[in-house]
Design a protein. Structure first.
Length: 135
């Protein structure tokens, strides 16, 4: 396609390694030939799609919706340990939540690939998931 491109690290740092986001970025870069514009449009599109998908995830979790959203905001700010998540959730919601409930919420998020566990800390599964819950 006649494009020379060397900013791989900058793209990977912002978008992560998900092939779909990289493909979308590539199309936008081809269209604009502007790195920042292509990255920013990709991030905006990805965040909107991630939020929509998370709302789909929450469809059958109406009673715990605020809890899941709060957990995602906590881990998006900075990867957090189990106790940090429990404490943050209880402070944010102003109520005590049982250990078993916290574990269940985290298991659901892990099983659905919204978060990953790295060195006893829970983190967004990919950079753009984290970005969707920081904004």
């Amino acid at each position: 396609m006649g494009i020379e491109f060397r900013d791989f690290d900058a793209v990977y740092e912002r978008l992560g390694g998900i092939p779909g986001w990289l493909t979308y970025f590539g199309l936008r870069y081809y269209e604009y030939r502007d790195l920042n514009k292509a990255i920013n449009e990709t991030v905006s599109y990805a965040i909107a799609l991630i939020r929509q998908e998370f709302n789909n995830f929450l469809t059958d979790k109406v009673a715990a919706r605020d809890r899941y959203l709060t957990i995602m905001r906590i881990v998006a700010r900075e990867c957090a340990g189990w106790s940090e998540i429990k404490n943050g959730l209880e402070v944010e919601l102003g109520m005590e939540i049982s250990d078993s409930r916290i574990s269940e919420y985290l298991r659901q998020l892990l099983d659905s690939a919204w978060i990953v566990k790295v060195d006893n800390k829970y983190c967004p599964a990919e950079p753009l998931i984290g970005a969707a819950f920081r904004t």
